[in-house]
Design a protein around this ligand. Sequence first.
Ligand SMILES: [Zn+2]
Length: 400
Amino acid sequence: MCRYFSVFALIFALVAALAPPRPALALGDKTVITGVRIGDHGATTRFVIEADKKLTFRIFTLASPYRVVIDLPEVAWRLLPGAGGTGRGLIEGFRFGLFAPGKSRVVLDMRSPVGVKKSFMLDPADGYGYRVVIDLTKVSRKTYMEQVKAVNRSRKVAALPMPAPKMSRPEKRRAGRVIVIDPGHGGVDPGTTGYRGSREKNITLAVARAVKARLEAKGRYRVVLTRERDIFLRLRSRVETARSAGADLFISLHADALKNRKVHGAAVYTLSEVSSDKEAAELAARENKADVIAGVDLTHENPVVANILIDLAQRETMNYSAQFATLLVAQLRRTGKTLRNAHRFAGFAVLKAPDIPSVLIEMGYLSNPKEERLLRQPAYQRKLADAIARAMDRYFEARK
Ligand SMILES: [Zn+2]
């Protein structure tokens, strides 16, 4: 067995050696973004995206806050860690990542209203690859808003109808409890950034996978992840996944970051109209901004995110959520540090399914160097998964 394996390995190595060099096997035929540059030319700020192949692109602007969105086909990113963290000229910073299957996105946060003066594609020259060049200039707020409105009008015609939220729960056909784990953020929404540059979206996905493995090993749970890769998801589509899976429990995973690097510890949040404290309210406001961060146009939507109203049917669910939160806090205490009053309440949009007990776990602070290191370790991720699984066993045991 071993010998065959090594022969195959050798053949593969030879084939690999003979084959023309490829940037990376996993990248496939995707266009690779090799660099992004910002040039401050006084009145104009130039944004350049460099790629190894020709690119199609589409630009539009959004208000409150001022954003310029550049949509690309699905690309692979080869940018320096921390790219986008700081801007220049009229650009405050930018984010990039997968927005939807087949569609990548760059979102520029602007310091002021801007107009796209010109945009064009350049062929490789002077050691540079293919480049998308976008020149932005300052305009008045009035001009900016007209430009946003015009884009909205043209997009309304082209926009695909949004699927109606699924409000009926499917019949339960299988044995075992259905758990939906929601790795927070993803794709063009990276979440918070750690002391050493860890991205919240990667930590949450790693822990979600560990929880899934742990629960499936027990044989009593069916686990669905809201996302399996580095892709953006609307907050409401996370809730819809839980509903259409017929979830018995929904857990959204996050990790926070603060200016104060000393703060550390985990906390569990459940939904409430009234926040337990100022910090919880601010946290919920940050987490609820995911759609804005990803450059989603919310002009024609109900401000469901801003307005957390709880109906009567939700009260019972909230009791169950609180029961699970209590059990989970107890288990997290055995695993590592938790915040004082580790069960907190606030208006998180992702916890709004009226009939599914839901909690949001802030697993720790990426701004705290020690906790960031822990959260990156697979061994610690497994410990967190164990704690979550133990709490779940107890919760369902009590509800038999
Ligand atoms: Zn988060």
